[in-house]
Design a protein around this ligand. Structure first.
Ligand code: C2E
Ligand code: CA
Ligand code: CA
Length: 509
């Protein structure tokens, strides 16, 4: 009625929708529109218009609005799940892409400088393998929780792959905040969680790269952080590295080396076996050779395993390298024999990847009687994996073909007596780090003595490697070592040099 009055008095438009109670008790929606008619002197004489029941229309409109709201929220959910990882509920890579694009478009006064962190869990595959996927998932959820706890409100964290995460933090050019973040994160990850009765701890390697918001090249910063992460992984994990421009050069070098190594493995002749003679500790008679890989690089010359094994590992071709070394070493063995030199034994380093390669058994089968000349050097960690069916089977089949086994670098890592008892290798090789101190450190002398005693009890021969001085030979022989190997007695040498040195002594003695 008030609107009606206003319309008449002030000519305001009259178009009202309102409710009225019907006599049957229900509410009806009513729409009234009208236009006032005036006489010549301007007095209102009547209002012409319509009154209509618009209840159905209103209901329809309300319903439409409700559906529209539903649609909006469903859309938001779809968008949300497209931008989030369902397991950890963290933003995903797509979300990161969006944030990066935003960073490129806005230069924020609030964030003059920021750090990008590439975070990668260490040995995450082992958690999955050893404890199952539930434990893996629990670990990921846990790190997501920690990342959320450690980040400030306006900072960004995301899960961008299996066990890879990104954090974008407000920082200073010296990355103070990023470094503190890394320390806090690893401290939290070191706290054990229990999953299915297993206590699981983990750690992360983190690469850090910074950027001023005045000059954002976010894709490059992400790449830089990734290079820094690679360094963090290489320098032993559970740590962080800050990007420095040398890393880019190093990355270029590494890439080139990997390409060249792939080529070298595809073509013949560059990967060659070298041979280091081993001697009876008492008589100093030559008893065999350890085969050591060398890369005859066309430009860089003869490279040691330390220069290229890491690349082979990253390329996943250590088994192929081992295969080529074994094949070439056998060719040498046969060539020596044709020339009248019979090598008593070849000890070949075998990676765990190669050990479980079915081709290895076939290759050894093809060797016939020569298989009895072979000894495979395995790292303790491979032996300790004896509970792994594939490893156990491979060891059994090879042993049946007459191959010996040696535990390499004994005493440098887990030195497990249980491992010795389970696997009964033919020999164990005392690590260089112990041999080196045999004349200097009484505790080391006792340790070597104990190793020899245990080995004797289990009928395992003892090889001491890394012998660099005459007095070490005497001491090691006195402690009961059976075989000695080291620069003092013979350097690793080419097949031709073996013939020159040992064929002559063999024929002259
Ligand atoms: P390793 O099996 O412990 O081999 C012994 C290493 O000690 C060799 O290094 C050898 O040259 C070095 N060495 C020998 N005598 C002495 C000494 O008196 N003093 C010192 N300081 N060092 C001595 P190299 O040839 O550089 O090989 C390094 C490692 O690379 C080997 O350690 C082995 O783990 C790995 N490797 C070598 N060849 C192969 C291969 O064909 N396949 C695989 N999977 N690994 C290999
Ligand atoms: Ca070895
Ligand atoms: Ca060794």
């Amino acid at each position: 009625m008030a609107a009606f009055d206003k319309h008449i008095k002030r000519n305001e438009p009259f178009n009202e929708t309102y409710r009225m109670r019907h006599t049957d008790g229900s509410w009806r929606w009513w729409r009234s529109r009208g236009q006032v008619m005036r006489n010549a002197s301007g007095r209102a004489v009547r209002v012409v218009g319509t009154n209509s029941d618009v209840t159905d229309l209103i209901d329809m409109q309300t319903e439409l609005e409700r559906r529209n709201q539903q649609l909006i929220s469903a859309n938001r959910k779809v968008e949300d799940s497209a931008l989030h990882d369902p397991l950890t509920e963290l933003p995903n890579r797509r979300h990161l892409d969006r944030v990066c694009k935003d960073l490129l478009e806005t230069t924020s006064e609030k964030r003059p400088y920021f750090s990008v962190l590439q975070i990668d869990l260490d040995y995450f595959k082992d958690v999955n393998d050893k404890f199952g996927h539930a434990a893996g998932d629990a670990t990921l959820v846990r790190i997501a929780k920690y990342l959320n706890t450690l980040k400030h409100k306006d900072e960004f964290v995301a899960r961008i792959g299996g066990d890879e995460f990104i954090a974008i933090l407000d920082d200073t050019p010296d990355a103070t905040r990023a470094q503190a973040f890394c320390t806090d994160l690893n401290n939290l990850l070191a706290l054990p969680i229990t999953v299915d009765g297993h206590s699981v701890t983990t750690s992360a390697s983190i690469g850090i790269a910074g950027c001023s918001s005045k000059q954002v090249d976010i894709w490059r910063v992400l790449g830089d952080a990734d290079l820094a992460l690679y360094e963090a992984k290489r320098s032993g994990r559970c740590t962080n590295r800050i990007f420095d421009p040398n890393l880019r050069e190093m990355a270029d070098f590494n890439r080139a080396m990997k390409d060249e190594l792939s080529l070298a493995l595809a073509e013949d002749g560059q990967i060659v076996p070298y041979f280091q003679a081993q001697f009876d500790a008492k008589t100093l008679e030559m008893v065999g050779f350890e085969v050591l890989a060398r890369w005859n690089h066309p430009k860089r010359g003869l490279l040691l395993p330390g220069d290229f094994l890491g690349f082979a590992e990253e390329l996943g071709c250590v088994a192929e390298l081992d295969r080529q070394i074994l094949a070439s070493a056998l060719e040498c063995l046969r060539a020596w024999r044709r020339d009248g030199f019979v090598a008593p034994r070849l000890a070949v380093n075998i990676s765990s990847q190669r050990l479980v390669d079915p081709q290895l058994i076939r290759c050894v089968e093809g060797m016939g009687d020569d298989a009895a000349l072979l000894s495979f050097e395995l790292l303790e960690t491979t032996f300790l994996d004896y509970t792994n069916d594939k490893v156990a089977q491979a060891l059994d089949s090879l042993r049946r073909l007459g191959v010996d086994f040696e535990i390499d670098d004994f005493g440098s890592g887990y030195a497990s007596i249980l491992g010795l008892i389970n696997v009964r290798p033919t020999r164990l090789k005392i690590d260089r780090s112990l041999t080196r101190n045999v004349n200097a450190d009484q505790a080391i002398v006792s340790l070597i003595k104990s190793i020899v005693d245990i080995a004797r009890a289990l009928k395992i021969e003892v090889v001491a490697e890394g012998v660099e001085r005459a007095e070490q030979v005497v001491a090691l022989a006195g402690l009961g070592c059976d075989v000695v190997q080291g620069y003092h007695l013979a350097l690793p040498m080419s097949s031709a040099d073996v013939m020159t040195r040992f064929h002559k002594t063999a024929s002259s003695s």
